[in-house]
Write a protein that binds this ligand. Structure first.
Ligand code: NDP
Ligand code: 8X3
Length: 257
């Protein structure tokens, strides 16, 4: 990765995205932090303004579900941030854990609109410049839920399975053009993820992590930084991470009687 590089991180107002932004800034890169909550972006800007080391932050209030806003955000970047070297497609969410026949259709739509369509809009807006320059890296944040099913994971897992296959298909399109594509599939990590999934119910969210040692946002940021800093001829296709306390279960078999 050349230094300084320009890094666009979506969903940088909390969790993985904020940690990824901090990690790249600490290494002297220029980071564009995007998300819907302006006050969080301002707080991040204030936090990193005092850092030495040459890293720079540009913030963009952006809802990735809005294609014209995505186009405008990329087109209107200040000149020194405009040539994006690394796109971290991190914005995303899970809503609810109800079984498919009881889940809210509006929750399903929001997950599809954000985790699939939003990711596609940003990728489509950023990658032409990467291909033109013959240099770039798209790092998508998938999930173990995109590979392994669990009750209530229905549409959330489906969106992350899309991210997995889309990432591999991007590889097929960009091969030989200097544009790398990676899919990071984390398991349980403590962020605002569960708070969002449980509609702000802090007690339910805390119960998910009780008695465990989950991964942290910094663990994921470190992984993303490591992937991006491999030499240009090395492409990490997919990487899957879980905390030591999380693993797999046997198939469910319902017996009669
Ligand atoms: P957080 O809830 O802490 O962060 C999610 C981020 O996504 C926020 O910055 C939020 O910003 C942003 N976001 C959500 N919707 C939109 C939108 N429409 N437009 C722009 N930004 C949006 O959760 P995590 O950091 O844990 O999640 C980050 C990614 O990691 C997600 O894709 C998630 O699915 C994935 N993941 C999380 C795991 C975990 O256990 N924590 C495990 C595996 C994957 P704002 O609300 O300000 O827009
Ligand atoms: C988040 C991980 O296991 O909660 O993508 O679905 S999990």
């Amino acid at each position: 990765m050349k230094s300084p590089s320009n890094i666009l991180v979506t969903g940088a107002t909390s969790g993985f995205g904020a940690a990824i932004a901090r990690r790249f800034i600490a290494e002297g890169h220029r980071v564009i932090a995007a998300g819907r909550r302006a006050e969080r972006l301002q707080a991040l800007a204030a936090e990193v303004s005092g850092l030495s080391g040459g890293g720079r932050l540009h913030t963009v209030v952006l809802d990735v579900r809005d294609p014209p806003a995505v186009e405008a955000a990329i087109a209107e970047l200040p000149a020194e941030f405009a040539a994006i070297d690394v796109l971290v497609n991190n914005a995303g969410l899970a809503l609810g854990l109800k079984p498919a026949h009881e889940a809210e259709l509006s929750d399903w739509e929001q997950m599809i609109d954000t985790n699939i369509k939003g990711l596609v809009y940003v990728t489509r807006a950023v990658t032409p410049g990467m291909v033109e320059r013959g240099r770039g890296h798209v790092i998508n944040i998938g999930s173990v839920a995109g590979e392994w099913p669990y009750p209530g994971g229905n549409v959330y897992g489906g969106t992350k399975a899309f991210v997995r296959q889309f990432s591999l298909n991007l590889r097929a399109d960009f091969v030989g053009r200097g544009v790398r594509v990676s899919n990071v599939e984390p398991g349980m990590a403590e962020t605002e993820f569960s708070l969002v999934r449980y509609s702000g119910d802090a007690e339910k969210a805390a119960a998910i992590y009780a008695g465990t040692t989950p991964m942290t946002a910094d663990d994921i940021a470190e992984t993303v930084y490591w992937i991006a800093s491999r030499p240009p001829h090395v492409n990490v296709n997919t990487i899957s991470l879980m905390p030591e306390c999380q693993a797999f279960s046997p198939f469910a078999v319902k017996r009669k009687g």
